[in-house]
Every structure is written in C-alpha cells, then in structure tokens.
Design a protein around this ligand. Structure first.
Ligand code: FDA
Length: 315
C-alpha cells in the first residue's frame, strides 16, 4: 500500500477519473471530512462543541507548478481568515511540498511566512507536517528560518521512526517550541528508520519525554494504546505541556475515552480532493481498513465519523 501511495501516476488517474474518484471517495469518507473547506469547518465546529481541540489540514503534497502552489496558499489563507472570523483557536497543518517545497525551498518559506503573518495576530498556530526522509533537511531548514520570526505560531512534526530524530529534537528546535511527535507514515530504508516494533515504541516514549523536559509544548500524535497508557501512568500530561492528538475517523472510541477521562485530546481533520496518498497511508497502517474500504464502496452509504466522538456515549 505504501508503494502504491507513492505512485504519482495512480494518484493522477484517480483524481482525473470521475467514476473512480466518486467510488473511492466513499472509502475516503471515513478519514476525510469532505472535498471543501466548509466540510472541514463543520466537523471542526461539531468537535469543538464537544470539547475537543482540532487541527485542520487542506490535503495535498508535491505541488508541481507555482500556480498550484498559489492556489493552495489562497485556500489556506481563506481557512485562516474563516477560523479567525469565528474566533476558533484551531491549528492549521500542511505539507510544505503543498505550498512550494517541491519547486524551491525559498518558495515554501515565502509562502509559509505569508501565512504566518496572517495567522499570528489571530492566535492560530501553523503546523508543518513531516514528509519522506529525502525532504527532512529542507523541511527543517524552512522550519528553522520561519520559527525564528514566529516562535509561538509555527510548530513542527517529527517522526520517531527516523534514526536522526533524537538529534533533530535536541538541536533544531528553539526553546518552548510546538512539536508533534508521530511514528512516521512513510516507507523508509533500514539505514534511516525503524519499522513498527517495541523498539520504535520505546524510542517514541523517549522522544516525548525529552521534548517535555526541554520545555516544548508536545502533541503526542498516536493511536497506540500501549504508548498512551504508559504516558498516562508516568503522569506526563499533568504539567499541561502535552496533549493527545489523533487522526479523524481513527480509533474514535479511544479519543472519546480519553476525553471523557478529562485528558486534552485534539482531532486532526482533513479536507480537500487530493486524499489519495492520505487514504493509502491509513489503509497501510491497519490492513482491516482495506476490507472496510471495499464495504464502504460497495454499500454506497456515506460514513460520518463526527457522530462517534460524542463523549456522552461512554457515560
Ligand atoms: P501504529 O501504526 O503502530 O498503530 C497503533 C495502533 O493504532 C494499531 O494497532 C491500531 O489499533 C491503531 N491504528 C493505527 N493506524 C490506524 C488506522 N489507520 N486505522 C485504524 N487503526 C489504526 N506521519 C508522518 O509521516 N508525517 C506527519 O506529518 C504526520 N502527521 C500526523 C498527525 C497526527 C495528528 C497523527 C495522529 C498522525 C500523523 N502521522 C504523520 C501519521 C503517523 O506517522 C502514523 O503513521 C499514524 O499515526 C499511525 O501510527 P500510530 O502511532 O497510531 O501507531
């Protein structure tokens, strides 16, 4: 699945074939709020009303032309403006390759600074996602140059699977940064990364501990029950510097349980039409999702995960 995810030709085929797009869209509905900003904002409003924090991503990556980068920046800017207008303290997340990194590092930096200039006065945090390891240096380069200007508004995602991450965490983040720690969604070589394993879980926990000890504000972005239980047992959330963050539609019962127990939980919402890579990753991470996708496509019924976040269900 992760190799299929990387196939730009398949992605383009799906996006330009209306019948196939509509069919796969039914499977994507479990993980993506909809094609439009309105879909993302409605889900955000509903989850916020239930006491969750939210992140919003306008999905896309590896944008190939300057005009498409400008269109992505316009969309993100519109999203920030609507969030600011609604006084919603949501976080806005994106891949730097969606706004120019695939064309030129400086283009991504320029676009990020433009968005930060708009987001900062509204108290909206921008969060840079982490892409495949071939891009890590350039992503961190843009992060360092932008966070120097907007220290409280720009966060970075780090992947525990990469061997380099402990050093990046120690050396490349200024004090009191915003950092999201994930295991990593991309297929990487043994030379650069660990596969899913106990060793990776131990490393994940070490990174979270180091990030908290370094005084960063940490988003613990995982659905791994074992990691979450360990973090709760060790009391790492009690200082108020960390939160749990989970992807929309995944382990909703776990988000609900944590929320009902009074822990800070953020749900990561996505919208847009470029969901191909995103759903390939979600299926690859949990193979039973493939069967679910087939059933969703065959049944024709639309799934709405928002309803499954209501905390009252567990009381
Ligand atoms: P792991 O994959 O080991 O799964 C642990 C358990 O969680 C599984 O046994 C299963 O029960 C459940 N689970 C996990 N995925 C599931 C799924 N798709 N469906 C159903 N159950 C599932 N990656 C990246 O490379 N760059 C990034 O910027 C980000 N950003 C990001 C933000 C946020 C908020 C989250 C939560 C995740 C990301 N990721 C990411 C994805 C991340 O790297 C990772 O691929 C997924 O979170 C899955 O890994 P887990 O930590 O859940 O563990």
């Amino acid at each position: 699945m992760k190799s299929i995810a990387r196939r730009a030709d398949l992605k383009a085929y799906v996006e330009h074939n209306p019948q196939l797009y509509q069919l796969l869209r039914r499977a994507a509905a479990r993980y993506v709020t909809g094609d439009d900003r309105r879909d993302g904002l409605e889900a955000a409003a509903s989850l916020t009303a239930q006491g969750y924090d939210v992140s919003l991503e306008y999905i896309g990556e590896n944008t190939a032309t300057e005009a498409e980068c400008e269109a992505a920046v316009r969309e993100l800017s519109g999203l920030i403006a609507e969030l600011a207008g609604n006084r919603r303290k949501a976080r806005v997340s994106f891949d730097l390759s969606h706004i120019g990194l695939s064309l030129h590092t400086d283009l991504a930096l320029r676009n990020l600074l433009q968005l930060a200039e708009q987001a900062e006065p509204a108290g909206i945090e921008l969060f840079i996602s982490m892409e495949e390891s071939a891009k890590t240096d350039r992503v961190l380069d843009v992060y360092e140059r932008s966070v120097a200007r907007y220290p409280s508004s720009i966060g970075i995602t780090l992947q525990a699977q990469l061997h380099r991450t402990a050093a990046d965490l120690a050396q490349r983040l200024p004090g009191n940064s915003l950092v999201r720690i994930v295991k990593g969604a991309y297929q990487e070589s043994e030379q650069s990364a660990l596969p899913r394993s106990e060793q990776l879980n131990r490393r994940y926990l070490e990174l979270v501990e180091h990030a908290i000890l370094q005084g960063h504000r940490v988003s613990i972005a995982t659905h791994d029950q074992q990691i979450i239980d360990t973090i709760l047992t060790r009391g790492w959330l009690s200082e108020g510097a960390a939160e749990f963050e989970m992807l929309y539609g995944i382990r909703t019962e776990l988000s609900r349980k944590l929320k009902a127990a009074g822990h800070p939980v953020r749900i990561y919402l996505t919208y847009g039409s470029e969901w191909y890579l995103y759903i390939c990753h979600r299926i690859a991470e949990h193979p039973p999702n493939l069967y679910r996708a087939v059933i969703d496509m065959a049944s024709g019924e639309s799934v709405d995960p928002v309803n499954s976040y209501a905390v009252s269900r567990d009381r």
